[in-house]
Design a protein around this ligand. Structure first.
Ligand SMILES: Cc1cc2nc3c(=O)[nH]c(=O)nc-3n(C[C@H](O)[C@H](O)[C@H](O)COP(=O)(O)OP(=O)(O)OC[C@H]3O[C@@H](n4cnc5c(N)ncnc54)[C@H](O)[C@@H]3O)c2cc1C
Length: 402
């Protein structure tokens, strides 16, 4: 049996198998939903089973650690504004880059495909800032990271929990000069849906795309907004219940099958740091609640704690109670989202229907007059502080519902 047959739909697409193959006979190929799975060239395979030994799904290692939880804000407001949450990531990146190290993360290529790569200067930090709600292609970055580590350079590798586990099983040993940061992750959407979405933008605007920001903070941290900047400088700005990419993602229609049964979630992790959002800042640390964003972090081991001692001078920090405060926000830290019952139907339609057609079929409410008025009122509600109160209420209602 080859690696693909062994791991089946539990495959998380981390690409550890491809990076480890001594014969280069494994390629990552997209399936009909656009997610990558390993494909082995049987003519070249020598059955060494290295791919099986590095697969994090087949070798699920549990951490036995006692994390410390904090709420943090980057003191550099420009960096915080260009981050999804509170900008912990750029603070950790700066710590590593100042030592002459390099930082791996998810950014866009020239066609807005989401791919992992590395940077060596803080001038390039915005390449990785902000969450991209699309699965990032790892390519050969595990091998590149290993080369840097072996040459003695400090490395920070950031990504989803499965990507970090993939890196750690690929490396197979501890490196003193390696730091990792995984994110609290709801799931990674289909790169195929993403391509279709980008084409939809170009078709409706008749303009090329210059910039995409999944988590624009125009209307505050709690008000997730998709911003697309076109080549002529004009902008598209829509909230998560109107923008199709955010809408299909938030309603669990486009994430990878393995995300709905994620094996890498949990409060005990092998990464150095775990970073996520924190929506209950007004309760846990009201002095930090300025609507620009905070990051909840877990510092997962002693080496990470020593590094955090250095990183924290760039941050405002409040301690969180690991068992209680993290838990209120921790749904996605420990449990997988459930797929929408119409997910399969949607992927079948994706082959033939336009994004507009899909939206009309699955979310007809988007186009109702009431919702269109709500959209127009958003800037005014934001200006007078009503939006923040409204969002807080909605969140409270949701958490009461469970
Ligand atoms: C797909 C996805 C789902 C998420 N779901 C949740 C959730 O349910 N709950 C929650 O609390 N937080 C979630 N997050 C995490 C959150 O959005 C922030 O990324 C996190 O709080 C770090 O914020 P920051 O301000 O410190 O980092 P930023 O400065 O915004 O840096 C972003 C970091 O995320 C990494 N990243 C961005 N996009 C991807 C990607 N597609 N794949 C891998 N790595 C990526 C970058 O490499 C960088 O390290 C999710 C993030 C992503 C990418």
């Amino acid at each position: 049996m080859n690696i693909s047959e062994l791991v089946g739909k539990n495959c998380c697409g981390c690409s550890a198998c491809m990076n480890s193959c001594p014969k280069n006979c494994i390629a990552m190929k997209p399936d009909s939903e656009g997610f990558w799975y390993p494909a082995t060239d049987e003519n070249l395979c020598v059955d060494c089973k290295k791919c099986e030994r590095v697969c994090p799904v087949l070798n699920n290692k549990k951490a036995d650690n006692q994390p410390k939880a904090y709420l943090v804000r980057n003191r550099n407001e420009t960096l915080r504004k260009s981050s999804s949450s509170g900008g912990f990531f750029p603070a950790a990146a700066e710590f590593v880059i100042e030592q002459g190290g390099c930082v791996f993360g998810a950014g866009y290529d020239e066609k807005f495909n989401v791919r992992h790569s590395f940077i060596e200067s803080m001038d390039d930090i915005t390449k990785f800032n902000r969450s991209k709600y699309v699965q990032s292609f790892i390519g050969n970055t595990y091998k590149q990271a290993k080369d840097f580590l072996e040459s003695g350079r400090t490395v920070l590798f950031t990504g989803t929990p499965c990507q970090i586990e993939g890196l750690l099983t690929f490396l197979g040993k501890d490196y003193d000069n390696l730091y990792t940061m995984d994110i609290i992750c709801k799931g990674v959407p289909s790169p195929k849906f993403w391509r279709k979405y980008l084409k939809w933008h170009i078709k409706r605007s008749k303009k090329e795309i210059k910039e995409v920001r999944f988590r624009e903070k125009t209307y505050g941290y709690g008000s997730t907004t998709m911003r697309v900047v076109y080549a002529d400088g004009s902008e598209y700005d829509e909230p998560y219940d109107v923008d199709p990419m955010l809408q299909f993602y938030s309603k669990e229609m486009i994430s990878r099958p393995s995300c709905y049964n994620c094996r890498f979630k949990g409060k005990h992790r092998r990464s150095s740091f775990t970073a996520g959002d924190y929506w209950y800042v007004s309760g846990a640390a009201p002095e930090m609640d300025d609507n620009i964003g905070v990051t909840q972090i877990l510092v997962n081991n002693d080496k990470a704690a020593a590094a955090f001692g250095q990183i924290r001078k760039r941050l405002d920090v409040a301690e969180l109670d690991f068992d209680n405060d993290s838990a209120i926000n921790g749904g996605m830290m420990v449990s997988s989202a459930q797929p929408n019952p119409r997910r399969e139907e949607m992927f079948a339609d994706l082959a033939t229907m336009s994004v507009y057609g899909l939206q009309r079929k699955y979310f007809p409410g988007t186009f109702r007059l009431k919702n269109r008025i709500k959209r127009r009122l958003r800037p005014i509600m934001y200006k007078f502080g009503i939006l923040k109160v409204y969002k807080k209420r909605m969140r409270k209602k949701q958490s009461e519902k469970g």
